[in-house]
Ligand binder design. Structure first.
Ligand code: C2O
Ligand code: CU
Length: 477
């Protein structure tokens, strides 16, 4: 079994300990992101290029990022359910790019996977995306070319599809949460794809931002009900959010409505790429403040932000009694009796028997991870053989067995699946998603109906795991 080198460990711990301390003395409220009104159709121009943004606050230089339209995160795209969306993406970077519309059920040619579904957009070129999102919910968009670096440098944004009849709330907030490893002068640290980290948790940063800034407080009013859209847009960091003194109710995961329920042990678990829509009744005391804590990693708990109550009296004497359940989306329900079953073994990583950089079973290169013994590395390429084929309209079950010692948020493109069971125990609350967080050694089964024809990527959303071989393709014929 490979040993963790003390110097690597020391460095990681140092960086992680730097979280909050390094850039802690701030007083920025959570910034509301630009809000373009939802319309009966949305046509946008998105430019991918370099930009400088103020991320960590007074006293620090601005940070150079790669951004959409100069904004970090990119502009919030809002469209009404069932209305057409069009984007012309221009590439102002010095390398090729694509945009993937994460979680949206769309035609394969619009999925944004380089070589597999489209030619990459070369520097100076444009590409037009057009689709009509069938489902309401919290989705997002990000680069899918050189994605560890391009996402790691900031090419990501939220994509909101509004319900025809949104639930009654006092207000809505979107938290696009990103994780950065910054140097002392607030620049993105080089050294992506460090081999040691790539075979472990991935690149965990030292600075966590909400809507592009290290936040201090969210100002709230007692008695109000907030619909909070949480998006974990980090390249690796998994989050477990606790709302001190509050009882958040999860009403949707990855954009798909579920039975409203409180999270297990009060922690909202979000792997990289995952979203949760949460209803938050502000039942705290006027004038007080409460912490939102992320304590996913042992010994690395930190305060993400504080909920700061205005002194004003509650807006209503009792919590809002409005129903919490979101209207359902037109996602087809899989037929478990006729579904084909496909075993998916997640393999490799540190302590996984593959070694690092050795490749496994003749899969050369720098693969540290594999699915069923095969390592597809990178971001997408032409002619990748599918793991299996399935006819459109047929149901299938992915029977995932995590043989590794690490967590994996596993993402399927172009579909939403139902999460059936974990280690043989049925999952309650009718949970659907496009990304499911699989614990070390856990077995998780999900099911879906094969939708649009094409080659759909299935991969871990910890970017080093994806580019290091934890990726495959499912072909819908
Ligand atoms: Cu959000 Cu293939 O990715
Ligand atoms: Cu992974």
């Amino acid at each position: 079994m490979p040993l963790i080198s003390p110097s690597a460990l020391g460095r990681r711990q140092f960086l992680q300990a730097g979280l909050v301390c390094a850039f802690g003395a701030l007083s920025w409220p959570v910034r509301a992101q630009d809000r373009s009104p939802a319309s009966d159709g949305l046509t946008v121009t998105v430019r991918a290029g370099k930009a400088r943004v103020h991320m960590v606050g007074e006293g620090y230089p601005s940070t150079e990022v790669w951004a959409y339209n100069g904004l970090e995160p990119g502009p919030v795209l809002r469209v009404r359910q069932g209305a057409p969306f069009r984007a012309t993406v221009g590439n102002e970077l010095t390398e090729a790019t694509t945009v993937h519309w994460h979680g949206i059920r769309l035609p394969n040619a619009m999925d944004g996977v380089p070589y597999l579904t489209q030619k990459p957009i070369m520097p100076g070129e444009r590409f037009k995306y057009a689709f009509t999102p069938p489902d309401a919910g919290t989705f997002w968009y990000h680069s899918h070319e050189d994605s560890l670096i391009q996402m790691g440098r900031g090419l990501a944004g939220a994509f909101i599809v509004e319900e025809a009849e949104p639930p009654a709330v006092d207000r809505e907030q979107l938290w696009t949460i990103q994780d950065w490893r910054l140097t002392d002068d607030a620049q993105i640290a080089p050294g992506f794809n460090n081999r040691m980290e790539a075979a472990m948790d991935g690149r965990i940063g030292n600075t966590v931002t909400i809507n592009g800034r290290v936040p201090d407080a969210v100002r709230v009013r007692a008695g109000e009900r907030i619909r909070l859209r949480l998006l974990n847009a980090a390249i690796a960091r998994i989050m477990a959010l606790r709302f001190e003194g509050h009882q958040p109710v999860i009403v949707a995961l990855d954009g798909q409505p579920c039975e409203p329920h409180q999270p297990t042990e009060g922690r909202i678990l979000l792997g990289a790429a995952m979203r949760a829509d949460v209803m938050l009744d502000m039942q705290g005391e006027p004038g007080r403040s409460y912490q939102v804590i992320d304590d996913f990693y042992d010994r690395l708990a930190y305060t993400l932000v504080r909920l700061e109550y205005k002194k004003a009296a509650p807006v209503r004497p009792h919590p809002s009694g409005a129903p919490l359940r979101l209207p359902s989306n037109p996602v087809p329900r899989p037929d478990l009796k006729t579904a084909s079953v496909h075993v998916i073994q997640l393999q490799g990583g540190m302590m996984g028997g593959m070694g690092i950089g050795g490749g496994m079973m003749g899969m050369g290169g720098s693969a540290a991870w594999a699915i069923n013994g095969q390592s597809m590395t990178g971001d997408g390429s032409a002619g990748m053989p599918p793991l299996f084929e399935i006819a459109r309209g047929r149901s299938c079950i992915l029977d995932m067995r995590n043989e590794t010692a690490w967590w994996h948020p596993m993402h399927l493109h172009g579909h939403s699946f139902q999460v059936l069971d974990r280690d043989g125990k049925a999952v309650p609350h009718d949970i659907w998603g496009d990304t499911v967080l699989v614990r070390p050694r856990e077995r998780v089964r999900v099911a879906f109906v094969a939708d649009n024809p094409g080659d759909w990527m299935f991969h871990c959303h910890i970017m080093e795991h994806q580019v290091g071989g934890l990726m495959t393709i499912i072909r819908v014929t």
